[in-house]
Design a protein around this ligand. Sequence first.
Ligand SMILES: [Mn+2]
Length: 252
Amino acid sequence: MHILVTNDDGVTAPGLAALANALRELGLGKVTVFAPDHNWSVSGHVKTLHKPLRVRPAHLSDGSEALTSDGAPSDCVALALLGVIKEKIDLVVSGINPHPNLGHDVTYSGTVTAAMEAVIGHVPGIAVSMDTNRHPDYGPAARIGARVAREALARGLPPYTLLNVNVPGLPENEIKGARVTRQGLSVYRDQLVERDDPRGQPYFWIGGEAPTGKEEDGTDFAALAAGYVSITPLQLDLTAHDRIAELQNWKL
Ligand SMILES: [Mn+2]
């Protein structure tokens, strides 16, 4: 098996090295790391079509070898699957992001959209995030991510389906287990900051408090709040299927 590891925090981020090492330690097969050359957090699902992309060798925070590019996380995955990496790729794992990706975060997240790009390329994708504000050690999330990867390789994933894994910020012996969840509802607390630049022209900055979420039963938010790993199967079909019949009655 051949696993591609990427992230959205850049090739030198410690969560990337932790994830790659945990996957290697599990002995699932060859692990190749190809990640952006700078931080693309909250960059969304990017496809760079209007400028060339460069690929060059790089090193992870632990000194091990990787590839990097000036493209987005999803560009790195696309480049790899399109042939920059010659060997067939069986699984893409993205992370470990140092902050959770829950609820509506998923389309903003470079970590999750890298896994989305994998499934567009017909390769299973897994995104792994954890709450390092509460617990800075990537070890538990790395080992959990590797175990999810092992299961995904053994059992396969349906087409166009990815797994969004979030690990609570707790020591490993305090994590209660894993729950399979649905996407919850994010509560963003963004506030507009308006200032003047040095030439007196106004600029705007999206500020405000960190987002929270509704901890309804069965959701990713509830699992994490209760000390469980959250594993949400996501699909790229965003259709609101139960609204189709109603819309068909509109006078269009
Ligand atoms: Mn990030």
